[in-house]
Ligand binder design. Structure first.
Ligand code: CA
Length: 407
């Protein structure tokens, strides 16, 4: 087996043979959504492959479904087997003639949500982000609240408004109150983003079964980039005492392609040391982070590069925490890291932090300055991670354009 693909140009970009993310696509000619795997600028049709004898009989039904749910539920043995077969098919040029007809250019495909989102949980795992928000919202107090270093703080979001990249985002309206202003109802004037990394559960659990952080790879299928759109003025007024609600639930965008955990193996790196030591249920036998570099572009100008490796709480710890009370997991559960921010000013994953609550506008192109999002603005998130042999794979992209509020 080779480690490069025969698909033209595939190895020059972030979707080479070492990546092989899964998505759901359709075409004008065949509008039924079906599962594909991305290689370069092409999509290999797995439904078409599953009509032959390529996959083992017990795996084939999963690729006749309209999303990744059935395949994700099959667990690591199926994930490994399929990835191995696809690597061989797309890596060995002897398969070119029989497989080239199963390729569709990404440019000709319509992309759908890759999986049905079961529950959506959002964490708050970046120490730099939590510290920045503490300084902004509670300037006279300790930036981190007393619980923050003892547990990964999180909340349940709205699964039904998770949308695929490219979906336009209508500016939400709601009750809003700024520090000194009166209480009003109207379109959010402080519309923001949160650059996050999301993890998708494949294998669920029975109610009453906590998951150890060391079993992370037994349950989690892969990762997607997430933009957790946030209306700061609505959020600031409504969040006491039960937490985020309508300031967050209007839309959350995710990437079209789910990167399998195996493709992220070369990106594993050490996670920050924790002090104080967490409870045993949050302790990992081998603590690790993923070295993803995120890029945030605002109307085409890169304004931030948040680093994911420095997150205080790891994806494995988040999974352990959200199940420690016995809450079950379902196929399609999505949990996101919370805003990824680094220690530097140009590593902040929200505009609230980047502009320091609107005090320091950022330049987003020729003469254009911004504090929060204006109608017509477009935000694009991308990320890269180390692949094998000095290569890089890319997670992406998550884009969204702001539409005016409904009249
Ligand atoms: Ca968030």
């Amino acid at each position: 087996m080779t480690d490069t693909s025969w698909v033209e140009g595939a190895e020059a970009g972030p979707y080479g043979l070492a990546h092989l993310p899964y998505g759901v696509f359709s075409t004008a000619k065949d509008p039924a959504p079906r599962i594909g795997v991305r290689i370069g600028d092409q999509i290999l049709d797995l439904r078409a492959l599953a009509t032959g004898t390529f996959f083992l009989p017990w795996i084939r039904p999963a690729f006749h479904e309209h999303d990744l749910g059935g395949f994700m539920a099959m667990g690591p043995p199926a994930w490994r087997l399929v990835r191995h077969q696809l690597t061989e098919l797309l890596g060995d040029a002897r398969h070119r003639d029989q497989s080239a007809t199963l390729l569709t250019p990404v440019a000709k495909a319509r992309m759908h949500l890759p999986f049905q989102v079961a529950d959506y949980v959002d964490f708050y795992a970046s120490e730099d982000h939590a510290t920045n928000l503490g300084r902004l919202f509670r300037p006279d107090a300790e930036p981190l609240l007393p619980n923050w270093k003892h547990l990964p703080v999180g909340y349940h979001g709205r699964a039904g408004t998770v949308v695929p990249s490219g979906t336009p985002i209508t500016r939400p309206s709601g009750q809003r109150k700024t520090k000194d202003g009166p209480l009003e109802f109207g379109p959010s004037a402080r519309l923001d983003i949160e650059a996050e990394v999301g993890f998708v559960v494949g294998v669920g659990t029975e109610l009453g079964t906590p998951v150890s952080p060391d079993d992370f790879a037994e349950h989690v299928f892969g990762a997607v980039l997430v933009n957790d759109w946030s209306a700061r003025d609505i959020q600031a007024w409504e969040y006491v005492p039960l937490g985020p609600f309508l300031g967050k639930s209007f839309a959350t965008s995710i990437g079209h392609w789910v990167t399998p955990l195996d493709a992220l193996a070369p990106a594993r790196t050490t996670a920050p040391v924790q002090d104080p030591e967490p409870f045993a249920y949050l302790k990992e036998a081998e603590r690790f982070a993923y070295d993803l570099s995120i890029s945030v572009s605002w109307n085409g100008t890169e304004v931030s590069r948040p680093p994911f490796a420095g997150m205080y709480w790891t994806p494995a710890q988040m999974l352990a925490h959200m199940t420690v009370n016995g809450a079950s997991l379902r196929t399609g559960d999505l949990y996101a890291s919370g805003t990824v921010s680094g220690p530097e000013a140009d590593q902040r994953g929200s505009f609230l932090e980047l502009t320091w609550s609107g005090r320091d506008p950022v330049s987003v192109g020729e003469g254009e300055r911004r504090t929060f999002l204006e109608d017509g603005d477009t935000v694009v998130l991308n990320a890269t991670a180390p692949g094998p042999n000095g290569t890089r794979i890319g997670l992406g992209e998550v884009s969204g354009t702001i539409l005016p509020a409904l009249a």
